[in-house]
Design a protein around this ligand. Structure first.
Ligand code: PGA
Length: 255
């Protein structure tokens, strides 16, 4: 199974991580303006800034097509959880999606699949799309465990009732994040095909239509190759999303 019979509109999402002061608003505005032109690439484009920037970015980009997302959320709607942000708050601030289970959350905060799943369920409750991240470590790839890890994370992190509208999967090999390393196109194809198969087995037509992003050192010069691979329906971009020119160079892979 390589070709997907369902036409999927790609998504290019930028994950700004813990980067972004007021000076970075101009980068997001430049992206928003470029992707709103009539000849813009046929892809959805999203920026997931730090929560501190979300509400202002919503205001300054509201008449453009740019989508905004959060980078993590708590499972509760509100309450005594100092320092946390709920999905309802992200939605209120203008987000339409939230990244959950990023490998940096898994490693920095000990998040396990069951936590990620609960966050994805909370995102759905709030009306946000959950961008659920999965991916193997270098050690796991080295011992041939990649597909096992991927399947285990999918089964543990993706809630029942996931649909193409409320769920996006991001395959991000941990060893490719921020390193400049990427898997070979064949390796990406193998994993994405396995993800698609697993999603279709569990969610049938919804699994066929779900977007599966690739993430990990996506740059303007490798985007065309990576995004042309079967079952790659977009990218989750870290470092190269911080500069509008780089990010737009990746979006242009769909032109
Ligand atoms: P990177 O990060 O593009 O800087 O490798 C990707 C991510 O962590 O989402």
């Amino acid at each position: 199974m390589t070709d997907n019979p369902v036409q999927i509109r790609p998504l290019v999402a930028g994950n700004w991580k813990m980067n972004g002061l007021k000076t970075a608003f101009s980068e997001a505005i430049a992206v928003a303006e470029a992707i709103s032109k009539p000849d813009a690439a046929p892809a959805d484009v999203m920026i997931c800034p730090p929560a501190t920037m979300l509400m202002v970015l919503t205001e300054v980009t509201h008449d453009h097509k740019l989508l905004l997302g959060g980078q993590d959320c708590h499972t509760a709607e509100s309450g005594a959880h100092t320092g946390d942000v709920s999905p309802e708050m992200l939605k209120d601030a203008g987000a339409t999606a939230v990244i959950v289970g990023h490998s940096e959350r898994r490693s920095d905060h000990g998040e396990l699949d069951r936590h990620v799943r609960a966050k994805a369920e909370a995102a759905r409750r709030a009306g946000l799309t959950a961008i659920i991240c999965i991916g193997e470590t270098a050690g796991e790839r080295g011992v041939g465990m990649t597909l096992d890890v991927i399947k285990r994370q999918l089964s543990g992190s993706v809630p029942d009732g996931a649909t193409a509208a409320n769920t996006v999967i991001a395959y991000e090999p941990v060893w490719a994040i921020g390193t400049g390393l990427t898997p070979t196109p064949d390796d990406v194809a193998e994993v994405h095909t396995e993800i698609r198969k697993t999603l279709v087995d569990r969610f049938q037509a919804e699994g066929q239509a779900m977007r599966i992003l690739y993430g990990g050192s996506v740059k303007p010069d490798n985007a065309k190759t990576l995004l042309a691979i079967a079952n790659v329906n977009g990218a989750l971009v870290g470092g190269a999303s911080l500069k509008a020119s780089d990010f737009l160079g990746i979006v242009a892979a769909y032109s």
